[in-house]
Ligand binder design. Structure first.
Ligand code: NZQ
Ligand code: ZN
Length: 393
């Protein structure tokens, strides 16, 4: 087991009606003037935004709303939010929504605390932020895990690049998680969320090291998400299934399922380029390339893939290679069964691409040939291009 530190300081407030306690938690974590950050119209349609505003009013907490975070949220929009927060003299950022609203809130929190810095300097790795305003979350979709993660992902439309910033400053102070708030999700978004939750665990599970407890936690989480995902796709109002997904979403991306290992995250890097170029939903971008990645790397450590096939999918086969491939096939069949694409051609936002586009994706994913990705198997631009090519049908 590799040495690690584990910090997961977010106070999780889980269960029905927990959003009613929003104002108490804002005050508990030092908020006096609140910028309420949300995405599109879903929180208006559901009445959640209005409820939150009423609660802040009743508690005497001045607030201003800032909507418009799009899926794959942009740097420009976050910069508008920073200006709004500074003008309003906000001292607390409250995200109401999913990963896109939460990541925008995190970016605003960092930008407002460092007003002299262009925040892309942080997201592009040129410098490291030293301060952020506190962020609280009311979660409406089980997917990105941003409600407890140390990460925030932004797309820079000017450069066409999608980048994450990992910093403990990004850990929200609290996350209010009422599974009933996810009942209004379109089935496609539930499926994207299920995929992303699985992938946060798979991108840690497929790594060069074995760690019995961590691996067993990861397998249990995967089995639970697969089963609950099936139920949730059939009925988004199933409280138990939506609860399991919500809790799994947080645990899959707060670090727990990778402790002691060397997280890989190659599939996330491959997916980010697809989202940056084609604006495809994050979960769908991951399903599009996972099978191609898995087949490309499975010879590196077949035993890890056979363990996965046995413990997650309940498969058996005396032939190691056949068993490993059966586990990969089972994963892809599951993705298709919940409406997720498993190739460029199945992804309506992407489609089958000419070779030059595939090569450009690989060039971008290698950060213009300045990095490799992955730890399970280290992948350079040539490997990345082959993985994209194998998914391009
Ligand atoms: O924008 P609105 O109108 O709210 O609609 C959203 C959006 O269209 C809708 N939605 C959310 N809750 C709903 C709802 N519709 C009806 N009822 C509800 N209760 O769902 C759509 C997707 O929302 P979004 O916030 O984009 O989803 P998600 O949580 O999947 O976030 C995706 C973003 O997070 C990033 C992704 O790259 C992507 O940009 N990630 C962030 C991570 C992190 N910060 O740790 C890690 C992830 O790996 C990921 O990269
Ligand atoms: Zn993800």
């Amino acid at each position: 087991m590799q040495a690690f530190t584990y910090l997961s300081p977010t106070e999780v407030v889980f269960g029905k009606d927990t959003q009613c306690r929003t104002a108490d938690y804002v005050s508990k974590y030092g908020g006096h003037r609140v910028l309420v950050v949300y995405g599109g119209s879903s929180v208006q349609k559901s009445g959640l935004l209005e409820q939150v505003c009423r609660l802040l009013d009743a508690a005497g907490l001045p607030y201003q709303t800032f909507g418009g975070a799009k899926p794959n949220p942009t740097l420009n929009h976050a910069q508008d939010g920073i200006r709004a927060a500074i003008e309003f003299q906000a001292d607390f950022i409250l995200a109401v929504g999913g990963g896109s609203a939460i990541d925008t809130a995190k970016a605003i929190a960092i930008g407002t605390a460092n007003p002299a810095v262009d925040i892309w300097e942080y997201w592009s790795g040129q410098s490291v932020p030293a301060a952020a305003l506190p962020v609280g979350v009311i979660l409406t979709i089980s997917a990105a895990g941003s409600e407890t993660s140390n990460s925030a992902v932004l797309t820079n439309l000017a450069t066409g690049s999608k980048r994450g910033l990992s910093s403990d400053l990004n850990r929200p102070k609290f996350a209010i998680m009422n599974p009933e708030l996810t009942y209004t999700l379109p089935v496609y978004q539930v499926a994207c969320g299920v995929t992303d939750i699985m992938m946060h665990t798979l991108d840690r599970y497929f790594n060069p090291l074995d760690n019995e407890l961590t691996d067993a936690i990861a397998e249990a989480l995967l089995r639970t998400v697969i089963a609950s995902g099936r139920v949730a796709i059939g009925d988004t109002h199933d409280y138990d299934a939506m609860s399991e997904l919500m809790w799994a979403g947080s645990l899959s991306h707060n670090g727990l399922t990778g402790l002691g290992g060397q997280p890989d995250f190659a599939v996330h890097q491959l997916g980010h380029e697809l989202s940056a170029m084609f604006d495809t939903a994050h979960g769908a971008s991951l399903a599009t390339v996972w099978g191609s990645w898995a087949r490309y790397v499975c010879k590196t450590r077949t035993a890890r893939f056979t363990r996965y096939a046995k413990n997650v999918w309940g498969l058996e086969n005396a032939d190691e290679t056949a068993l490993a491939l059966a586990g990969i096939r089972a994963t892809e069949e599951y993705f298709r069964s919940i409406g997720m694409p498993t190739s460029f051609g199945e992804n309506n936002d992407v489609g089958v691409q000419p070779d030059e586009v595939v090569l450009d994706l690989a060039y971008r994913c290698s950060f213009q040939r300045t990095r490799t990705i992955g730890s399970f198997q280290r992948l350079d631009e040539k490997d990345i291009a082959q993985i994209y090519k194998n998914a391009n049908h």
